[in-house]
Design a protein around this ligand. Structure first.
Ligand code: AKB
Length: 319
C-alpha cells in the first residue's frame, strides 16, 4: 500500500484508521475523504477531500488526482439507521460501494471494505457461526452487507480487482463514538459509567453479540491488506471477533472498576430484534489460518483500557 484513499474517514473506524495508516505509511500517503469537514486531527494531519460517495465521478477524480493504489471504503449507514431509512441505506451503502469498486477496477486499486456480523440472520447457526454458512439476514443493513460481500467477490473474479474484507463485530472505541448501530450500547456504557455511574441498556439481559476493541480492528485491516494474496482462500468477508458478551457481563466488568455503577434496562424493540437476528458468537478460524488474525484485547483488558483512556480524555477536555 503506497497511496491510500479512505472514504468515511471521519466515522468511528475511519477517524482512527487514518491516524494509524498515516503513522505506518506516512501522512502524505493517506488521503482522508468524508461528506463533511470538521476541525479534527484527520483533517489537519494530512490530505483531506470532501466526497459524497454517491458521486462516482468525484470519487474517480480524487483517486486519480492522488494516484492512489489502495481504496479503503468505509462510508456506510449502520444497522439501526439503515432499518429506519431502508431506501437511503440501499442507495448510500450499495451505491457508494459499487462506485468505489468501479474506481478500483478502472484505476487498478487494491480494495478493502468492511462487512459485519449483520450479514448473518435468524437461520444462521447462532454459536460458533462458521465462516461459510447460511446468510439470510432480515435487516436492510444485512441485505446490504451480503450483497456487498458478493459484489466484492464478483469484482475479484470478473475483473481481477484485489478485493478484501472483514466481517466486523461491534467495535468498541474511545476516539469517535459510533452512530446508528445496534452494538453502540457497548460504547455508550463507558461514557455513562464515568459520567453518571449508571447506564440504561436498550439491549436486553442475556443477549450475546460479538465485539472487538478498535486497536485490534485496525491491526486486522492492515494485516489482511498486507497478507500474501496466494494464501487467501476466502479473501472477502472473513469472520473476526475478540469477545462475545451480554449487557450484564460488560456491566459486571465495569463494576470491578466503578463499584457503585448500576445498570438498568429499557429495551428498544427495534434494536433488540436486530440483535436477536445476529449470532451469539462467530468462529474466526479461517482468518487465523489464512492470514494470522489475532486479537490482543478481551473483555477484561478492553474494559480497563477504555476506562483509562476515557478518563484521560475527560480530564484533558475539562482542563
Ligand atoms: C452495528 O451495530 O450496526 C455495527 C455492526 C455490528 O455492523 N456496529
Amino acid at each position: 500500500m503506497e497511496k491510500i484513499i479512505v472514504t468515511g474517514a471521519l466515522g468511528q473506524i475511519g477517524s482512527e484508521l487514518v491516524t494509524k495508516l498515516r503513522k505506518v505509511y506516512g501522512a502524505d500517503h493517506v488521503v482522508a475523504t468524508d461528506i463533511r469537514k470538521t476541525d479534527c486531527e484527520v483533517v489537519q494531519s494530512g490530505p483531506f477531500e470532501l466526497l459524497d460517495v454517491t458521486d462516482g465521478k468525484a470519487m474517480y477524480d480524487i483517486t486519480r488526482k492522488y494516484d492512489a493504489d489502495t481504496f479503503i471504503h468505509l462510508a456506510a449507514l449502520l444497522s439501526a439507521t439503515a432499518e429506519a431509512k431502508p431506501l437511503l441505506a440501499w442507495n448510500l451503502n450499495m451505491g457508494g460501494l459499487v462506485n468505489a469498486l468501479e474506481v478500483a477496477r478502472e484505476l487498478r486499486c487494491k480494495f478493502f471494505t468492511p462487512s459485519s456480523i449483520g450479514a448473518f440472520g435468524p437461520s444462521t447457526p447462532k454459536d460458533g457461526t462458521p465462516q461459510d454458512t447460511i446468510q439470510r439476514p432480515t435487516t436492510m443493513y444485512g441485505v446490504n452487507k451480503v450483497s456487498g460481500e458478493l459484489l466484492c467477490d464478483y469484482y475479484n473474479h470478473k475483473f481481477g480487482v484485489d478485493t478484501r474484507g472483514l466481517r466486523f463485530p461491534g467495535l468498541i472505541s474511545y476516539v469517535t463514538p459510533p452512530g446508528g448501530g445496534t452494538t453502540d450500547y457497548a460504547v455508550e456504557i463507558f461514557y455513562e459509567a464515568l459520567k453518571n455511574k449508571s447506564y440504561t441498556s436498550y439491549i436486553a439481559e442475556g443477549t450475546y453479540m460479538d465485539m472487538m476493541y478498535m486497536p485490534d480492528a485496525l491491526q486486522a485491516i492492515i494485516d489482511l491488506m498486507e497478507a500474501d494474496e496466494c494464501k487467501l482462500k476466502h479473501r472477502n468477508a472473513f469472520n473476526v471477533t475478540a469477545m462475545s458478551f451480554a449487557p450484564e457481563e460488560i456491566a459486571a466488568e465495569i463494576k470491578k472498576h466503578i463499584p457503585n455503577f448500576a445498570m438498568k434496562y429499557e429495551v428498544d424493540p427495534v434494536r433488540q430484534a436486530i440483535a436477536e437476528s445476529w449470532p451469539n458468537s462467530i468462529d474466526a478460524t479461517a482468518a487465523k489460518e489464512e492470514w494470522g488474525f489475532k486479537a490482543r484485547y478481551n473483555l477484561e483488558t478492553m474494559t480497563k483500557d477504555m476506562l483509562d483512556q476515557l478518563t484521560m480524555k475527560i480530564v484533558k477536555s475539562a482542563g
